[in-house]
Design a protein around this ligand. Structure first.
Ligand SMILES: *Cc1c(COP(=O)(O)O)cnc(C)c1O
Length: 380
């Protein structure tokens, strides 16, 4: 059996966690700051660590002060957390269709969806391929709204030689085990605006204000801390930051092994009819999180079953968000975002992770090609 995802934990990772367990801090100690500062070196903007990618998105929306009546523009091709966290602020979720090649939100569709109530454009770097960030930023600045990047797939990716995390107003990362690096559960928010990151930080730390300069109550003693806006507990403990620090040292290895897997798939599959490989814009250097191929709709389910029967646990990411019952209840329907729907109906994610070896990549590719030979035979 070849599983869909597999984290990579080595002896250094284990030693780092054990050391944190033996230290004076289990949570909110020195390793949190070290991890956040190494993250900053990596993504090129100040970061806070949080307990999940979902928490990171929730914090990003808190930072921009998302409120009832506000609208955010999002792509249907994403994991539902992109929308779920915004709807907790009472925001209206607006969808803009995707580019059929990358599955990323189409800037033209975004421009058409902006209204006077739009507060933010939320781009998702599907499969690790950065969205059209410069175009989206231009639209955002023309309308005086924010660009938030759901970079749960794209930690380590580059866009026009800039690291993902240093481009959008706020960027949300996930460190779930299947993602590009892991802390078990975890995530981070980066921002190029210190005041927005501070708001995200407060939201993730119970809304607590600790710096006397910012106090509204001036009369309390040296023990004082105060809450000016509610927050939640989204802290990432020292134990997991220690794992994150150790994983960060391995990030370039993870990058290389994912790249090699992509190159192998492409070299084996690129001549075969019926398999459409993911396209890559010239100006991006993705850390591929998924390897999403497209096939004719009528074959997708049979291919999925054929590969699963061989123990190759391919996946389909994702049911377009607007088709979930939670949105159907708000009046969204099939047919409204045809490119996203078609993208979904044609796609399968082949396996990709550090530790998936060349032999397995060949085995997966061979099984896929075999499926098409059998179809041909059948048709003959
Ligand atoms: C994984 C993921 C998230 C949520 O991250 P968690 O760490 O699982 O909470 C959000 N958005 C996208 C696109 C994801 O793939």
């Amino acid at each position: 059996m070849i599983p869909y995802g597999r984290h990579s934990i080595n002896d250094d990772d284990i030693a780092a966690v054990v050391q944190a367990l033996k230290s004076d801090w289990l949570t909110t100690g020195p390793v949190v700051e070290q991890f956040e500062s190494e993250l900053q070196n990596f993504v090129g903007a100040p970061c806070i660590s949080v307990s999940s990618g979902t928490a990171a998105l929730h914090c990003a929306y808190a930072a921009i002060g998302l409120e009832p009546g506000d609208e955010i523009i999002t792509p249907p091709i994403t994991f539902i957390a992109t929308q779920a966290t915004a709807s907790f602020f009472g925001a209206k979720i607006v969808f803009a269709d995707v580019d059929s090649d990358t599955g990323n939100i189409d800037p033209a569709a975004v421009a058409a969806a902006v209204t006077s109530r739009t507060k933010a454009i939320v781009a998702v770097d599907y499969a690790g391929h950065p969205a059209e960030l410069d175009e989206l930023k231009a639209i955002a600045s023309r309308h005086g709204i924010y660009l938030i990047e759901d970079a749960a797939h794209s930690f380590g990716s580059k866009y026009r030689n800039r690291a993902v995390g240093s481009i959008a107003d706020l960027t949300a990362f996930s460190f779930f085990p299947t993602k590009n690096l892991t802390t078990g559960e975890g995530g981070a928010v980066s921002s190029i605006h210190p005041e927005l990151l501070e708001k995200a930080r407060r939201f993730a730390r119970q809304g607590m204000v600790r710096s006397p300069m910012d106090f509204r109550i001036k009369s309390e003693g040296p023990w004082h801390q105060e809450v000016q806006q509610f927050g939640l507990n989204y802290r990432l403990p020292d134990i997991l930051c220690a794992l994150g620090l150790s994983q960060l040292k391995r990030a370039s290895d993870f990058f290389e092994s994912r790249k090699k897997i992509v190159e192998s798939y492409i070299s084996i599959l690129n001549k075969s009819e019926g398999i459409f490989l993911p396209s890559q814009k010239k100006y991006v250097d993705p850390m591929w999180h998924l390897f999403p191929i497209q096939v004719k709709k009528q074959f997708r389910e049979s291919i999925y079953k054929y590969l699963h029967a061989k123990g190759i646990k391919v996946q389909v990411n994702y049911l377009p968000a607007h088709l979930h019952p939670v949105f159907a209840e708000l009046g969204y329907k099939k047919g409204q975002f045809p490119k996203s729907e078609e993208f979904y109906e044609r796609k399968i994610s082949l396996l990709i992770y550090h530790g998936l070896n060349q032999k397995q990549v060949e085995e997966i590719s061979k099984a896929l090609l075999e499926f098409f030979y059998k179809i041909d035979d059948h048709l003959l």
